[in-house]
Design a protein around this ligand. Structure first.
Ligand code: ZN
Length: 155
């Protein structure tokens, strides 16, 4: 009778330990599953990102007429312009020139890109080109455009 009771108690104790162990295992399992889940989600995000980039490059002409997408394309363009401007400013501060063909950074005293061999433009030439590009009206390089150049734009 006494032995049986001890056995029962031991069984009960063992059961409780098992339940606790199972709970711990479940918690470990859940955090592992959550980790796998967030890994899958971030992989999916990256694929969507890549897909979005490819689709927007490939079907821009069709999509940008669509009201649903046109504002997104405008935002992308604005951000790309800002990235370009920041890269140029950073390169200027570092006394480097960014190759307009491949984007490689070159020393200012280099005439050709060390990466692709394209002729590098010095800053003065770039400014000149900017002003020419600003004229959409008659494409002669005059300044009949309403927005003369980037410098006058307020952010
Ligand atoms: Zn280059």
């Amino acid at each position: 009778m006494m032995n049986l009771n001890i056995d029962e108690i031991l069984d009960k104790a063992k059961e409780m330990v098992d339940v606790a162990a199972k709970k711990t295992n479940d918690a470990v399992e859940v955090s592992k599953l959550k980790f796998d889940l967030s890994k899958c989600q971030s992989e999916l995000r990256e694929i969507y990102q890549e897909l979005g980039k490819k689709v927007s490059l490939k079907s821009r002409k069709i999509l940008e007429d669509d009201v649903e997408y046109c504002s997104l394309f405008e935002e992308i363009d604005e951000i790309l312009e800002r990235i370009d401007a920041l890269n140029v400013t950073i390169a200027d501060r570092q006394n480097l020139l960014i190759c307009q063909r491949c984007g490689a950074k070159n020393r200012v005293d280099h005439l050709f890109c060390s990466q692709c061999g394209s002729p590098l433009k010095v800053r003065a030439e770039r400014e000149e080109e900017k002003q020419e590009e600003a004229c959409d009206g008659c494409s002669c390089g005059c300044s009949e455009n309403e927005e003369p150049n980037d410098e006058s734009k307020d952010q």
